[in-house]
Design a protein around this ligand. Structure first.
Ligand SMILES: Nc1ncnc2c1ncn2[C@@H]1O[C@H](COP(=O)(O)OP(=O)(O)O)[C@@H](O)[C@H]1O
Ligand SMILES: CC(=O)N[C@@H](CCC(=O)OP(=O)(O)O)C(=O)O
Length: 276
Protein backbone atom coordinates (compact mmCIF):
# COMPACT_ATOMS: atom_id res chain seq x y z
CA UNK A 1 0.00 0.00 0.00
CA UNK A 2 2.53 2.54 1.18
CA UNK A 3 5.34 0.61 -0.56
CA UNK A 4 7.54 3.09 -2.34
CA UNK A 5 6.24 6.00 -0.32
CA UNK A 6 9.06 8.12 1.04
CA UNK A 7 8.17 10.95 3.39
CA UNK A 8 10.88 13.61 3.27
CA UNK A 9 10.75 16.19 6.04
CA UNK A 10 12.83 19.25 5.16
CA UNK A 11 13.79 21.16 8.27
CA UNK A 12 14.24 24.89 8.16
CA UNK A 13 17.71 24.69 9.65
CA UNK A 14 19.26 23.17 6.52
CA UNK A 15 16.76 24.46 3.97
CA UNK A 16 18.84 27.26 2.46
CA UNK A 17 21.90 25.03 2.34
CA UNK A 18 20.25 22.12 0.52
CA UNK A 19 22.18 21.56 -2.71
CA UNK A 20 20.47 21.43 -6.13
CA UNK A 21 21.29 17.73 -6.18
CA UNK A 22 18.93 17.18 -3.26
CA UNK A 23 16.02 18.40 -5.37
CA UNK A 24 17.27 16.56 -8.44
CA UNK A 25 17.24 13.37 -6.35
CA UNK A 26 13.66 14.09 -5.30
CA UNK A 27 12.65 14.60 -8.92
CA UNK A 28 14.47 11.44 -10.01
CA UNK A 29 12.84 9.36 -7.28
CA UNK A 30 9.45 10.62 -8.34
CA UNK A 31 10.13 9.80 -12.01
CA UNK A 32 11.40 6.35 -11.11
CA UNK A 33 8.02 5.45 -9.63
CA UNK A 34 8.70 6.08 -5.96
CA UNK A 35 6.23 8.32 -4.20
CA UNK A 36 8.13 11.08 -2.40
CA UNK A 37 6.02 13.33 -0.17
CA UNK A 38 7.65 16.47 1.21
CA UNK A 39 6.66 17.99 4.55
CA UNK A 40 8.63 21.10 5.42
CA UNK A 41 9.43 23.34 8.33
CA UNK A 42 10.95 26.78 8.41
CA UNK A 43 11.50 27.59 12.06
CA UNK A 44 14.53 29.89 11.53
CA UNK A 45 12.72 31.90 8.81
CA UNK A 46 9.69 32.32 11.09
CA UNK A 47 11.92 33.52 13.92
CA UNK A 48 13.74 35.92 11.57
CA UNK A 49 10.52 37.55 10.39
CA UNK A 50 9.19 37.72 13.96
CA UNK A 51 12.39 39.48 14.98
CA UNK A 52 11.97 42.00 12.14
CA UNK A 53 8.46 42.66 13.45
CA UNK A 54 9.75 43.08 16.99
CA UNK A 55 8.15 39.87 18.31
CA UNK A 56 10.42 37.74 20.49
CA UNK A 57 10.24 34.01 19.65
CA UNK A 58 9.57 31.60 22.53
CA UNK A 59 9.80 27.81 22.62
CA UNK A 60 8.81 25.10 25.10
CA UNK A 61 10.48 21.72 24.47
CA UNK A 62 11.16 22.69 20.87
CA UNK A 63 7.60 23.86 20.18
CA UNK A 64 6.92 27.51 19.38
CA UNK A 65 4.62 29.44 21.69
CA UNK A 66 2.13 30.76 19.15
CA UNK A 67 -0.20 33.67 19.85
CA UNK A 68 -2.44 35.15 17.14
CA UNK A 69 0.22 37.52 15.79
CA UNK A 70 2.79 34.73 15.69
CA UNK A 71 0.34 32.41 13.93
CA UNK A 72 -0.12 35.01 11.20
CA UNK A 73 3.63 35.10 10.64
CA UNK A 74 3.92 31.29 10.78
CA UNK A 75 1.33 30.96 8.01
CA UNK A 76 2.90 33.68 5.86
CA UNK A 77 6.32 32.10 6.09
CA UNK A 78 5.43 28.40 5.88
CA UNK A 79 2.38 28.26 3.59
CA UNK A 80 3.63 31.25 1.61
CA UNK A 81 7.31 31.90 1.09
CA UNK A 82 8.91 28.58 1.97
CA UNK A 83 6.30 26.33 0.41
CA UNK A 84 6.60 28.16 -2.90
CA UNK A 85 10.41 28.31 -2.76
CA UNK A 86 10.49 24.52 -2.41
CA UNK A 87 8.01 24.02 -5.25
CA UNK A 88 10.20 26.17 -7.49
CA UNK A 89 13.45 24.47 -6.47
CA UNK A 90 11.93 21.07 -7.31
CA UNK A 91 10.73 22.48 -10.64
CA UNK A 92 14.18 23.85 -11.47
CA UNK A 93 15.61 20.42 -10.71
CA UNK A 94 13.26 18.84 -13.24
CA UNK A 95 10.47 17.73 -10.90
CA UNK A 96 6.80 18.59 -10.64
CA UNK A 97 5.58 19.67 -7.23
CA UNK A 98 2.25 20.80 -5.86
CA UNK A 99 2.37 22.96 -2.74
CA UNK A 100 -0.35 22.62 -0.14
CA UNK A 101 -0.81 23.82 3.40
CA UNK A 102 -2.31 21.56 6.03
CA UNK A 103 -5.47 23.62 5.79
CA UNK A 104 -5.94 22.97 2.05
CA UNK A 105 -8.40 20.13 1.63
CA UNK A 106 -8.27 19.61 5.41
CA UNK A 107 -4.98 17.84 4.79
CA UNK A 108 -3.93 18.12 8.44
CA UNK A 109 -6.83 18.24 10.88
CA UNK A 110 -5.46 19.85 14.04
CA UNK A 111 -5.74 18.51 17.58
CA UNK A 112 -5.02 21.55 19.79
CA UNK A 113 -2.45 21.04 22.55
CA UNK A 114 -3.94 22.36 25.80
CA UNK A 115 -1.70 24.57 27.94
CA UNK A 116 0.58 27.52 27.43
CA UNK A 117 1.57 27.02 23.78
CA UNK A 118 -1.37 28.91 22.31
CA UNK A 119 -2.39 28.01 18.78
CA UNK A 120 -0.27 24.89 18.56
CA UNK A 121 -1.63 21.48 17.68
CA UNK A 122 -0.74 17.92 16.90
CA UNK A 123 -2.43 16.05 14.09
CA UNK A 124 -5.79 14.44 14.68
CA UNK A 125 -6.32 13.22 11.13
CA UNK A 126 -4.58 13.36 7.76
CA UNK A 127 -6.44 13.52 4.46
CA UNK A 128 -4.34 10.73 3.00
CA UNK A 129 -6.65 10.31 0.01
CA UNK A 130 -5.85 13.80 -1.17
CA UNK A 131 -2.10 13.14 -0.90
CA UNK A 132 -2.49 9.89 -2.84
CA UNK A 133 -4.44 11.67 -5.55
CA UNK A 134 -1.77 14.33 -5.89
CA UNK A 135 0.81 11.55 -6.21
CA UNK A 136 -1.33 9.73 -8.76
CA UNK A 137 -1.40 12.90 -10.87
CA UNK A 138 2.39 12.72 -10.98
CA UNK A 139 3.13 15.58 -8.58
CA UNK A 140 5.33 15.63 -5.52
CA UNK A 141 3.12 16.96 -2.70
CA UNK A 142 4.88 19.69 -0.70
CA UNK A 143 3.07 20.21 2.59
CA UNK A 144 3.32 23.20 4.95
CA UNK A 145 2.32 22.26 8.52
CA UNK A 146 -0.37 24.86 9.15
CA UNK A 147 -3.46 22.80 9.93
CA UNK A 148 -6.96 23.65 10.99
CA UNK A 149 -9.34 22.16 13.50
CA UNK A 150 -12.79 20.94 12.59
CA UNK A 151 -14.20 24.44 13.19
CA UNK A 152 -11.78 25.87 10.63
CA UNK A 153 -9.41 27.59 13.07
CA UNK A 154 -5.76 27.60 11.99
CA UNK A 155 -3.04 25.97 14.12
CA UNK A 156 0.73 25.84 14.02
CA UNK A 157 1.96 22.24 13.87
CA UNK A 158 5.58 21.31 14.33
CA UNK A 159 6.85 20.07 10.98
CA UNK A 160 8.41 16.90 12.39
CA UNK A 161 5.11 16.05 14.08
CA UNK A 162 3.27 16.67 10.81
CA UNK A 163 5.71 14.49 8.88
CA UNK A 164 5.29 11.65 11.39
CA UNK A 165 1.51 11.85 11.08
CA UNK A 166 1.64 11.95 7.27
CA UNK A 167 3.96 8.93 7.26
CA UNK A 168 1.58 6.97 9.47
CA UNK A 169 -1.48 7.92 7.43
CA UNK A 170 0.21 6.85 4.19
CA UNK A 171 1.84 3.81 5.79
CA UNK A 172 5.03 5.15 4.23
CA UNK A 173 7.82 2.70 3.63
CA UNK A 174 10.53 5.16 4.62
CA UNK A 175 10.75 8.45 6.44
CA UNK A 176 13.74 10.75 6.28
CA UNK A 177 14.03 13.73 8.57
CA UNK A 178 16.39 16.10 6.82
CA UNK A 179 18.25 18.53 9.05
CA UNK A 180 21.59 20.28 9.51
CA UNK A 181 23.38 17.66 11.60
CA UNK A 182 24.60 14.22 10.48
CA UNK A 183 22.37 12.44 13.01
CA UNK A 184 21.90 12.26 16.77
CA UNK A 185 25.12 12.93 18.58
CA UNK A 186 26.17 11.98 22.08
CA UNK A 187 29.15 13.03 24.12
CA UNK A 188 31.83 10.35 23.95
CA UNK A 189 34.67 11.28 26.26
CA UNK A 190 34.54 14.94 25.27
CA UNK A 191 34.09 14.28 21.56
CA UNK A 192 30.81 14.17 19.68
CA UNK A 193 29.86 10.81 18.27
CA UNK A 194 26.95 10.32 15.86
CA UNK A 195 24.78 7.33 16.71
CA UNK A 196 24.11 4.80 13.94
CA UNK A 197 20.97 3.62 15.74
CA UNK A 198 18.78 5.07 18.49
CA UNK A 199 15.90 3.24 20.13
CA UNK A 200 12.86 4.52 22.03
CA UNK A 201 14.22 3.96 25.55
CA UNK A 202 17.59 5.53 24.72
CA UNK A 203 15.83 8.47 23.11
CA UNK A 204 13.74 9.22 26.18
CA UNK A 205 16.81 8.84 28.41
CA UNK A 206 18.86 11.23 26.26
CA UNK A 207 15.99 13.75 26.32
CA UNK A 208 15.79 13.47 30.13
CA UNK A 209 19.58 13.91 30.40
CA UNK A 210 19.49 17.03 28.25
CA UNK A 211 21.62 15.44 25.50
CA UNK A 212 18.80 15.67 22.98
CA UNK A 213 17.46 19.21 23.20
CA UNK A 214 15.42 21.86 21.39
CA UNK A 215 14.09 21.02 17.96
CA UNK A 216 15.65 17.57 18.14
CA UNK A 217 13.06 16.57 20.77
CA UNK A 218 9.96 16.74 18.53
CA UNK A 219 12.06 15.26 15.73
CA UNK A 220 12.95 12.13 17.69
CA UNK A 221 9.40 11.78 19.01
CA UNK A 222 7.98 12.13 15.49
CA UNK A 223 10.47 9.55 14.26
CA UNK A 224 9.28 7.09 16.89
CA UNK A 225 5.68 7.88 16.00
CA UNK A 226 6.31 7.20 12.33
CA UNK A 227 7.74 3.78 13.18
CA UNK A 228 4.22 2.48 13.75
CA UNK A 229 3.92 2.31 10.00
CA UNK A 230 7.31 2.85 8.40
CA UNK A 231 9.98 0.21 7.98
CA UNK A 232 12.77 2.73 8.25
CA UNK A 233 13.11 6.19 9.78
CA UNK A 234 16.35 8.15 9.54
CA UNK A 235 17.63 11.54 10.65
CA UNK A 236 20.15 12.80 8.11
CA UNK A 237 22.08 15.86 7.02
CA UNK A 238 20.44 17.13 3.82
CA UNK A 239 23.64 18.82 2.72
CA UNK A 240 25.39 15.48 2.26
CA UNK A 241 25.61 14.73 -1.47
CA UNK A 242 23.23 12.03 -2.67
CA UNK A 243 21.65 11.54 0.74
CA UNK A 244 18.11 10.98 -0.54
CA UNK A 245 19.17 8.40 -3.11
CA UNK A 246 21.16 6.64 -0.44
CA UNK A 247 18.21 6.51 1.94
CA UNK A 248 15.92 5.30 -0.86
CA UNK A 249 18.44 2.58 -1.65
CA UNK A 250 18.37 1.40 1.96
CA UNK A 251 21.92 2.52 2.78
CA UNK A 252 22.92 3.22 6.37
CA UNK A 253 23.19 6.99 6.53
CA UNK A 254 22.63 9.30 9.50
CA UNK A 255 20.92 7.91 12.61
CA UNK A 256 18.31 5.20 12.23
CA UNK A 257 15.49 5.35 14.77
CA UNK A 258 14.16 1.98 15.93
CA UNK A 259 11.80 0.74 18.64
CA UNK A 260 14.40 -1.51 20.22
CA UNK A 261 18.08 -1.80 19.44
CA UNK A 262 17.95 -5.57 19.72
CA UNK A 263 17.32 -7.62 16.59
CA UNK A 264 13.68 -7.42 15.55
CA UNK A 265 11.56 -10.12 17.18
CA UNK A 266 10.10 -12.88 15.04
CA UNK A 267 7.23 -11.70 12.90
CA UNK A 268 8.58 -8.17 12.53
CA UNK A 269 10.81 -6.76 9.90
CA UNK A 270 9.97 -9.44 7.35
CA UNK A 271 8.68 -8.84 3.89
CA UNK A 272 5.13 -8.18 4.94
CA UNK A 273 3.68 -6.45 7.96
CA UNK A 274 2.90 -8.75 10.86
CA UNK A 275 -0.65 -9.57 11.89
CA UNK A 276 -0.31 -7.57 15.11
N1 LIG B 1 21.73 15.17 20.61
C1 LIG B 1 21.63 15.95 19.52
N2 LIG B 1 22.17 15.54 18.34
C2 LIG B 1 22.10 16.30 17.23
N3 LIG B 1 21.50 17.51 17.19
C3 LIG B 1 20.92 17.98 18.32
C4 LIG B 1 20.95 17.22 19.53
N4 LIG B 1 20.29 17.92 20.48
C5 LIG B 1 19.90 19.05 19.91
N5 LIG B 1 20.26 19.11 18.61
C6 LIG B 1 20.00 20.23 17.74
O1 LIG B 1 18.89 19.95 16.91
C7 LIG B 1 19.05 20.74 15.75
C8 LIG B 1 18.09 20.23 14.70
O2 LIG B 1 16.77 20.57 15.11
P1 LIG B 1 16.06 21.83 14.46
O3 LIG B 1 16.92 23.03 14.62
O4 LIG B 1 14.67 21.90 14.94
O5 LIG B 1 16.14 21.40 12.94
P2 LIG B 1 15.12 21.42 11.76
O6 LIG B 1 14.89 22.86 11.41
O7 LIG B 1 15.88 20.67 10.72
O8 LIG B 1 13.88 20.70 12.20
C9 LIG B 1 20.50 20.61 15.43
O9 LIG B 1 20.97 21.67 14.63
C10 LIG B 1 21.15 20.57 16.80
O10 LIG B 1 21.61 21.85 17.16
C1 LIG C 1 4.61 24.34 16.83
C2 LIG C 1 5.91 24.62 16.16
O1 LIG C 1 6.95 24.62 16.80
N1 LIG C 1 5.87 24.85 14.85
C3 LIG C 1 7.04 25.14 14.07
C4 LIG C 1 6.70 24.93 12.61
C5 LIG C 1 7.91 25.01 11.71
C6 LIG C 1 8.92 23.92 11.99
O2 LIG C 1 8.65 22.92 12.62
O3 LIG C 1 10.13 24.18 11.41
P1 LIG C 1 11.47 23.33 11.56
O4 LIG C 1 11.23 22.01 10.94
O5 LIG C 1 12.44 24.15 10.80
O6 LIG C 1 11.81 23.22 13.02
C7 LIG C 1 7.52 26.59 14.30
O7 LIG C 1 6.68 27.46 14.50
O8 LIG C 1 8.74 26.82 14.24
Amino acid sequence: MGQGTLVVKCGGSAMDALPDGFFADLAALSRSGMAPVVVHGGGPAISALLARLGIAPAFVNGLRVTDEATLEVVEMVLAGAINKQLVRRIWRAGGRALGLSGSDGALLVAEPIPGPLGRVATVKRVNADLIRQVLALGYIPVIAPVGMDEAGQAYNINADTAAGAVARALAAERVVLVTDVPGIWVDDGGARRVLDVLDADEAEALIAQGVITGGMIPKVRAALDALDAAEEVRIVDGREPGVLQRVAAGEAVGTRIVRQTQAAPAGKGGAGRGAV
